[in-house]
Every structure is written in C-alpha cells, then in structure tokens.
Design a protein around this ligand. Structure first.
Ligand code: 5GP
Ligand code: ZN
Length: 114
C-alpha cells in the first residue's frame, strides 16, 4: 500500500518516534498528542479498519493489546490507568486507514467520550 502513511512509517520512509517494534507490530508516539502519553500501536500488515480484521489476524490483534499493556507499564500508567481507543470509520473520526490502537494516559479522561 504505497499511499498509506502508516505503511510508510513501518517502512521507515517517514520518521516517527518509535518506542517498540517486532516482526509484526510497530508502536510510535502520536505526532499530535492528546495526553502526556499518546502512543499508536499498529500492525506491520496493512489492515484498513477494524472491519477488515480477519480470522488470520486474531493473534496479531491480541499481540497489539499485550504490547499496549507493556508500554502502559513502561510509561508508569499501570496503576493510575489509561485509555485504549480504536476509531473505526467516519462517525468515530478515523483519519488514517491503517489499523492503529491509541494508548492514551497521564491525565483523567471523561466518559462518555466526546
Ligand atoms: P485516527 O483519528 O485515525 O484514529 O488517528 C490518527 C492519528 O494519527 C491521530 O492521532 C494523528 O495525530 C496521528 N498521525 C497522523 N499523521 C501522523 C504522522 O505522520 N506521524 C505520527 N506519529 N502520527 C500521525
Ligand atoms: Zn498501511
């Protein structure tokens, strides 16, 4: 997917503050952070939205959550808490169509979300 911004970050064609990477997942700091900690956890594989997650991706999506928990611990958010967000399509305000899990922490969040 040549046109995808996050594929370009995976390929290191665009710089990002990468905080974690392995053979299947990359995590980097959001360019426009909405909280003191704002990290995006993405699969290397181009999956546009939650609706495109397939049976074969079940382990990958689980791994993304485990990595989010590990990063939350590293950021000192384990006890105070944090929020994981996965926006899908228009009503949720998805802007980048390459699956990404937001890890947000370091401040209080309201509920219901805006
Ligand atoms: P979405 O609204 O699609 O769930 O979130 C997209 C996120 O990607 C936004 O929080 C936005 O700030 C972030 N973002 C967009 N472009 C870039 C970029 O070039 N680099 C990084 N690190 N984050 C980006
Ligand atoms: Zn992509």
């Amino acid at each position: 997917m040549n046109d995808c911004l996050f594929c370009k970050i995976v390929e290191k064609e665009i710089p990002a503050k990468i905080v974690y990477e392995d053979e299947r997942v990359v995590a980097f700091r959001d360019i426009n952070p909405q909280a003191p900690t704002h990290i995006l956890i993405i699969p290397r594989k181009h999956i546009p939205t939650t609706m495109d997650i397939g049976e074969v991706d079940k382990e990958l999506v689980g791994q993304m959550h485990l990595i989010a928990a590990g990063l939350a611990r590293e950021e000192g958010l384990e006890d105070r808490g944090f929020r994981l967000v996965l926006n899908c399509n228009k009503d949720a305000g998805q802007e980048v169509f390459h699956l990404h899990l937001h890890l947000l922490g370091g401040r209080r969040f309201s509920w219901p979300p805006g």
